[in-house]
Design a protein around this ligand. Structure first.
Ligand SMILES: Nc1ncnc2c1ncn2[C@@H]1O[C@H](COP(=O)(O)OP(=O)(O)OP(=O)(O)O)[C@@H](O)[C@H]1O
Length: 314
């Protein structure tokens, strides 16, 4: 099988650049083709071009980066019947690798991949504001969390703090800022042909697997082999209580609060009462426009993942 390593030097708040000096000789030694991404969306475009030129070749895209790079890779390869994916987690969040299992930087990668398991998993197929259909692997969401990530990533402060190796501080600063200014919104949710209205929503997350935001267990029981999506809505809270509940997501204990609504369905349809920012696998997807829809469907056994451990063994 052809193996292509797609390496994002920008992942891990720049840390990846240093890690790549260890990784590249290993990849070269294993005879793996190496692509360095040159900009945002580069991985997606190059993978799409490669798949169009080689529709019948079996390929494993080994992603050295975080969840955003994996998101781009999976979208680039959409429709290619013979693609699989593996992760060498060098991002900041790495929720894909946290759940599926990633490969280490300095090991004999080819040998490790020989011993690994290939398994099929569900993905989230979604449409925003009636636009193009896209895929998320781990999760997507609308509201507070998407706004924190967006504003932190836009900020010139981020570059400066990354240089000082304290890049995570910028998220804390923007979390506090959003906590003060975020305006909870109303949300119409349609599942199983029934429509529910939620008021004062802080965020709504659609999960394929438990983790998001770098290890927060937002949907503790989500499973990528059940053909369903887990919807979590946090609503009707004061700012102070929201902070408390948001922090409890790290442990997955938020589910006991009455303001945290959860359900499981193969399809979810959301309509917001205001413009709300959306992320997919932590990547900014722009705004869900007022009175427009975000529809998400679980596509069973759609993605082939090469991982160090079968999930049953982990
Ligand atoms: N050469 C590059 N220069 C600038 N940005 C890039 C480059 N290559 C990829 N990117 C972008 O870098 C962003 C961050 O990548 P990624 O999400 O993989 O890392 P991360 O944010 O550190 O990890 P995680 O998503 O797991 O928290 C993505 O939006 C991706 O499109």
């Amino acid at each position: 099988m052809k193996k292509i390593a797609v390496c994002n030097p920008n992942a891990g708040k720049g840390l990846s650049k240093r890690l790549l000096s260890t990784l590249i000789p290993v990849l070269q030694n294993d005879g793996i083709e190496i692509w360095m991404t040159r900009s945002k969306h580069d991985a997606e475009h190059r993978i799409r071009d490669w798949c169009n030129e080689n529709p019948d070749l079996e390929v494993c895209f080994i992603i050295s980066g975080g969840d955003g790079t994996m998101h781009e890779a999976v979208n680039g390869a959409a429709g290619h019947q013979h693609a699989s994916f593996a992760s060498i987690p060098t991002g900041s969040g790495n929720d894909f690798a946290r759940y599926f299992g990633g490969f280490e930087l300095d090991q004999d990668l080819s040998a490790a991949m020989e011993r690994s398991t290939l398994s099929k998993h569900d993905v989230i197929r979604y449409k925003l504001n009636g636009g193009q259909t896209r895929t998320a692997v781990s999760n997507m969401g609308a509201g507070f969390d998407a706004e924190v990530a967006f504003s932190a990533n836009q900020s010139p402060l981020k570059k400066l703090l990354n240089k000082l190796s304290i890049g995570k501080v910028v998220y804390v600063l923007f979390l506090v800022r959003q906590l003060m200014i975020f305006k909870p919104y109303s949300l119409e949710v349609t599942v199983h042909n029934k429509t529910f209205l939620f008021d004062k929503v802080w965020f709504a997350t659609i999960s394929n697997q438990p983790y998001y935001g770098g290890g927060m267990k937002i949907a503790p029981k989500a499973d990528t082999r059940d053909g369903e999506l887990d919807l979590t809505i946090v609503h009707g809270l004061s700012r102070i209580k929201f902070l408390f509940v948001f922090l409890s997501v790290f442990k997955g204990t938020h589910t006991k609060f009455k303001e945290v609504y959860h359900l499981r369905s193969e399809k979810v349809d959301l309509k917001a009462g205001a413009d709300v920012r959306v992320h997919a696998d932590g990547e900014d997807n722009g705004l869900l426009k007022e009175n427009q829809r975000l529809t998400a469907t679980a596509i069973p056994s759609e993605i082939l993942i090469s991982a160090k451990l079968a999930l049953d063994e982990s």
